[in-house]
Ligand binder design. Sequence first.
Ligand code: NAP
Ligand code: GDP
Length: 339
Amino acid sequence: MAKKIALITGVSGQDGAYLAKFLLNKNYKVIGSDRRSARNSQWRLKRLGIDNKIIYEELEMGELFDIDRLFKNYKFDEVYNLAAQSFVGSSFYSPLNTANITGLGVLRVLECIRTLSPKTKFYQASSSEMFGDVLEKIQNENTPFNPQSPYAAAKAFGHFLTLNYRKSYKLFAVSGILFNHESPLRGEEFVTRKIIVGFINILKKKKAFIELGNINAKRDWGYAKEYVEQMWKMLNQKIPRDFVIASGKTYSIKDFVNEVAKNLKMKVKWKGNGFNEKLYMKNNNKIIIKINKKLFRPSEVNYVKGNITKAKKYLNWKPKVTFKKLVEIMVKEELENLK
Ligand code: NAP
Ligand code: GDP
């Protein structure tokens, strides 16, 4: 039987790398799009040992001709649209770029599918950030969005367009509303990996302390490797449907810090309040975390918690990796990579 062909936009990112590995194991031919300007960003694919197994095609999400060319050169069975300006923090500083890449980029791909390849199945990487200042305590597929950043607004645009193209043109186009998912392949700008790398640098005496912003924000964190598999499942359902993928548990950034310290056997204590709150080493009172006002966002998502009833029912899925296990996996691999 001929191999299925999948396009992963953003193959060099955390999810792109795990998804590529998963699809290669399922015997797909994987076309991975990357940007010529960022050809050195294949460390994740190298880490997973698959950098030579992917067919790379240049794609800038802002450039319609790039996307159009790809659809003229290949007959994709499945397209996973993961490319995005994906960092909420940056979206406040580059809102137009975020709208163009994270929002309009989705429309560019959908238009190519509609006009050139309507049988191609499409997955859109939607985000729990769309729930923003949450309008329901636990969020599911029907919870209204209330975005709090240019990133979240752009994702909501992509989400609604995906739904609209499914209804208007009968495309098999779905969105996975994924809550935060982390791994040893997470970018260092995101808080989880920043904390782990920071702690290890403190232990190695390469750094004196870490600076963080809002440590009281709560996130529903899961393991990226498990989550990307659900993207494939969503495209391999009989009926196209959107799904929330989450752990159903929520923890603060402070909880994450405490769990990392525990894994590294560092005895620590918090003291002070608000901007003056600090984390100290118990043995010598050295400060290892300070709060920096500049790292607070102009508008924050204080709390999210997902409801995965629908994913349990249709995808027969529930997460295996707990919060504690996730931290353990991330710390362990970070230490191993130092060797
Ligand atoms: P990531 O590691 O930041 O990867 C983003 C990818 O997008 C990279 O491959 C990047 O390529 C590519 N990209 C950025 N700008 C581009 C542009 N202008 N043209 C073409 N490619 C571009 O993100 P991730 O964690 O894997 O997330 C994957 C997707 O899921 C993203 O859309 C993200 O917004 C969404 N999402 C993530 C989470 C999460 O917790 N991880 C939760 C919900 C939704 P370069 O290597 O060239 O920069
Ligand atoms: P996000 O949920 O996609 O924005 O993922 P992040 O990992 O970037 O941020 C998660 C939460 O951590 C947000 O509420 C941030 O405000 C909070 N946070 C606190 N300090 C930091 C920091 O130093 N860096 C980042 N990235 N986030 C921080």
